[in-house]
Design a protein around this ligand. Structure first.
Ligand code: XIL
Length: 458
């Protein structure tokens, strides 16, 4: 986990705890064991948030915002932060509707889940028509501009949404973004980290709620990102359920196996088609699964009333179209409160990641140098450079890469390296590179990026 994340998270937790103490003080003072009576307060008592997708144009509807303000402690703009909404014309950004939602969240003390920086869907027409380097650069610029605009205000960003194919292939989804190169996902994450180091960065997808070929592929990606130091903090499970795609029996186990990789997990777009007891039971099961996983931070339902849903005919939400609480609401609330009143032994991810196998023989000798190659994402006014350091014919014990920047350009952030001006040295975990093997670091800057680098080995 990046050390720079901790202070912010502590602040957020402390703020939540203070709010809770104030809100629940009266209840505790009279000694009532009943836990809180709203979704948000009940979730907060377990250290979690309970959120909803919000549409800016509905904020003026009194029933809608009345429920929002009363029940929810996190909001996700349903469409307002998507690429088509925030950059309708290339290079011209439009944040009005999303800003409205963020302001409302602030007013009620709710977190904001940013959704979604890079996605094959809901792209503006101009981006749909781009490919190759032009699209890659446009994506990097988009991620940078949007994440910078909301810097410090986002709890978690869905940096990349729905990048894997359905079915048994375990492959990436074909899209214009995927065709810019397999590294588009990690480039998006690195770019987001550079723009807003305080936000948790999530990968978000659907049909990944249970263990299957698609979730296995996401799992492998997260494992690889953690191994290579690509910044990822969380995985979002959309959890759109209906009779054809019900809540999987291994939902909790699947959340837990991701958490065991060292990321947080979040239920990000929960809706369950149906009605009555069956729907209520499924909601309760979804809530219980999150509560049983220590690193499950919170649950977001994808809308408030059934009539607000993107699939309204399936009546998949917690409030009916008039804003009345449904049995599903009561079941979700009870499940949240069960989490506070039933002393459960938290399930601990017990298998600690085993350390890399140690060898009793000394490491092979070092010394035959290294090479550095740069891949550059350049846009008007800025760049992200990813540098691959490859050891020569012998293992190296450390490296320093020097780059030459055109005058007027400057480095603003780097990752997986110690930067000093335009010189970048290994950090503790990536200095040792075996013969012929490589490691990567990156940096972001303003102006025009470097095209050449020299590598010195130790
Ligand atoms: C949906 C919105 O709810 C609709 O209003 C919009 O027309 C289409 O997108 N997965 C996602 C969400 O990540 O962004 C989608 O939201 C639902 C599926």
């Amino acid at each position: 986990m990046d050390p720079h994340r901790s202070p912010r998270r502590r602040r957020v937790l402390a703020a939540a705890a203070t709010g809770l103490a104030a809100a629940a003080g009266a209840v505790f003072a009279v000694g009532t064991a009943d836990a809180a009576s709203t979704l948000g307060a009940s979730a907060a008592a377990t250290g979690r948030y309970f959120g909803t997708a919000v549409a800016a144009y509905k904020l003026s509807d009194a029933t809608y915002s009345g429920i929002l303000d009363r029940e929810f402690t996190s909001v996700t703009p349903e469409n307002e932060m998507k690429w088509d909404a925030t950059e309708p014309t290339q290079g011209t950004f439009s944040f009005g509707s999303a800003d409205q939602i963020v302001a409302q969240a602030k007013a009620i003390g709710a977190k904001v889940r940013g959704h979604a920086l890079a996605w094959h869907s809901q792209q503006p027409g101009w981006a749909q028509n781009l490919s190759g380097t032009a699209l890659r650069n446009a994506m990097v610029n988009h991620v940078t501009q949007v994440a910078t605009h909301y810097k410090g205000q986002i709890d978690s960003w869905d940096v990349v949404n729905e990048a894997f194919a359905d079915g048994g292939s375990g492959a990436r989804r074909d899209s214009n973004l995927q065709r810019t190169g397999n590294d588009w996902i990690e480039v998006a994450f690195r770019t987001a980290r550079a723009a807003d180091p305080g936000a948790k960065l999530c990968y978000n997808d659907y049909n990944t709620d249970g263990q299957n070929a698609k979730s296995n592929a996401v799992y492998a990606m997260v494992q690889d990102f953690k191994a290579r130091g690509v910044p990822i903090d969380c995985v979002g499970f959309q959890s759109h359920f209906n009779s054809a795609s019900p809540l999987p029996s291994d939902y909790q186990a699947n959340l837990q196996r991701f958490a065991n990789l060292g990321v947080d997990v979040q239920i990000t777009e929960l809706d369950i088609e149906g009605s009555g007891t069956a729907q209520a039971n499924s909601y309760a099961a979804a809530v219980r699964a999150c509560l049983a996983v220590t690193r499950c931070n919170g649950i977001t339902v994808w809308g408030i009333r059934d009539s607000d849903s993107w699939r309204a005919s399936g009546t998949p939400l917690l409030f009916d179209s008039s804003g009345n609480k449904k049995p599903a609401y009561t079941a979700a609330l009870d499940a949240l409160n069960g989490g506070t009143t039933t002393p459960t032994t938290p399930t601990t991810p017990t298998t600690p990641t085993s350390p890399p196998p140690t060898s009793s023989s000394p490491p092979p000798p070092t010394g035959s140098g290294c090479t550095a190659t740069i891949s550059l994402n350049q846009w008007n006014g800025g760049f992200v450079a990813t540098v691959r350091v490859t050891a020569g014919s012998a293992r190296i014990g450390g490296w320093t890469v020097g780059v030459t920047l055109p005058s007027g350009s400057a480095v603003s952030n780097s990752w997986n390296a110690q930067a000093s001006g335009t010189s970048f040295s290994n950090v503790a975990y990536n200095g040792s590179v075996n013969a012929g093997a490589s490691t990567e670091f990156g940096f972001q800057g303003t102006g025009t990026g470097p095209t050449a680098a020299s590598c010195t080995a130790r």
